[in-house]
Design a binder for this molecule. Structure first.
Ligand code: GUN
Length: 295
C-alpha cells in the first residue's frame, strides 16, 4: 500500500488566502491592520531565515510586520524593555520572540513578559497551562503542533480512542502536540531519549508525530500499516550529489515509510508551511481580541 501524501503546502495556502480575505474585511470595516512584531536576538542564520519567511508571509496576507533585531550580546534588561514596549504598542497584535535565544538570556522570563493577548506563539506559561488543563481554553495555541493537528484533521484521522505516539517532548512541539491529542480523546504516549524499545512503541501508533530532530530516524518497520504519520523534523544532511552539497530531510525515512503508512506528510512541504499559516491566523486573532476590547 502506498500512503496518501498530505500536502501541507496546499493546505497552508488555502488557510493563508482565507486569512488574507479576513484581513481585508477588517481593514475595510474597522480600519485596523493586524500587526506582528518579530524579535530576533543574535545572528543565528536559521532563525534569520525563519523570521524572513514569516515576514514575507505576513506581507502577502496584508499583515504588517514590525521587525526588531538585537545584537547577540543584548542584555536581559534590553530584551525585556523591548517586549514591554511592544506590549503597550497599539499597532502590535502579536509578539514573536524567535527561539532559541542566546544562552545568557532567561527565555522563561522573556516569554512570561509577553502580554497574554499578544502571545501568538502560545508559549506564555498561562496559555500553556490552560492548554494542559481540562475545561480551560488558551488564547493562542502553539503554531507548529496546531498545524500538525490540522493536517491530521484534513487527512481524515480519527482521534477518539486512537493510540497516538509523539516522538519528542520539546516545549515548542512535542509537549503541546501531546496536549492537543489528549483534548481530542486520543490515548497518548510521549517518547524521549530514555524510552525503551522505541520501534515497538511507535508500531503501536495509529497516529505518529515525529519531532525529535534526527534525520530519517523513523523506519518502515517502526510504523503500523495504515497509520497517519506526521513528520515535524527538518534536518540538513550532506549530499554531494546535490548542487548545494546538502539537502533537507525529516525525522521519518519518507521513501520507505510511505509504503507502509496510510497517510504521511513530506518534509519539506508538510508541517513547515503550516507553522507559518497558523502564525498568521494567531496574529489575526490577536487583532480581533484588540478590536473586541478584550484588554
Ligand atoms: N523556534 C523554532 N520554532 C519556533 C516557533 O514556532 N516560534 C518561535 N518563536 N521560535 C521558534
Amino acid at each position: 500500500m502506498t500512503a496518501t501524501i498530505i500536502d501541507g503546502k496546499a493546505v497552508a495556502e488555502g488557510i493563508r488566502s482565507e486569512i488574507a480575505w479576513s484581513v481585508e474585511q477588517m481593514k475595510a470595516a474597522h480600519g485596523i491592520v493586524p500587526g506582528l512584531a518579530t524579535v530576533l536576538v543574535g545572528d543565528n542564520p536559521a532563525s534569520h531565515s525563519y523570521v524572513r519567511m514569516k515576514r514575507k508571509a505576513c506581507a502577502e496576507a496584508g499583515i504588517e510586520s514590525l521587525p526588531h533585531e538585537l545584537p547577540g550580546d543584548a542584555s536581559q534588561e534590553e530584551v525585556e524593555e523591548l517586549v514591554r514596549r511592544l506590549n503597550g504598542d497599539p499597532r502590535v497584535h502579536g509578539i514573536l520572540v524567535q527561539l532559541p535565544l542566546p544562552k545568557h538570556l532567561d527565555e522563561e522570563r522573556v516569554l512570561s513578559l509577553i502580554s497574554l493577548y499578544k502571545d501568538v506563539d502560545g508559549f506564555h506559561p498561562v496559555n500553556i497551562g490552560r492548554l494542559a488543563m481540562k475545561g480551560r481554553k488558551p488564547l493562542f495555541i502553539p503554531c507548529t503542533p496546531h498545524g500538525a493537528i490540522v493536517l491530521l484533521e484534513e487527512a481524515g484521522a480519527q482521534f477518539e480512542g486512537a493510540n497516538a505516539v509523539v516522538l519528542g517532548r520539546s516545549n515548542i512541539v512535542g509537549l503541546p502536540a501531546a496536549l492537543l491529542l489528549i483534548h481530542r480523546n486520543a490515548t497518548v504516549t510521549v517518547c524521549h531519549s530514555r524510552t525503551k524499545d522505541l520501534p515497538a512503541v511507535c508500531r503501536s501508533a495509529d497516529i505518529l508525530i515525529a519531532a525529535v530532530g534526527r534525520a530519517e530516524m523513523v523506519k518502515a518497520d517502526w510504523v503500523k500499516p495504515g497509520a497517519y504519520v506526521i513528520d515535524v523534523g527538518s534536518n540538513r544532511v550532506d549530499d554531494p550529489t546535490s548542487e548545494k552539497g546538502y539537502r533537507w530531510v525529516g525525522d521519518v525515512a519518507f521513501d520507505e515509510v510511505k509504503e507502509v503508512a496510510g497517510a504521511i506528510t513530506p518534509s519539506p512541504g508538510g508541517v513547515g508551511p503550516m507553522t507559518i499559516a497558523m502564525l498568521l491566523k494567531n496574529t489575526l486573532r490577536g487583532a480581533e481580541l484588540a478590536l473586541s476590547g478584550a484588554y
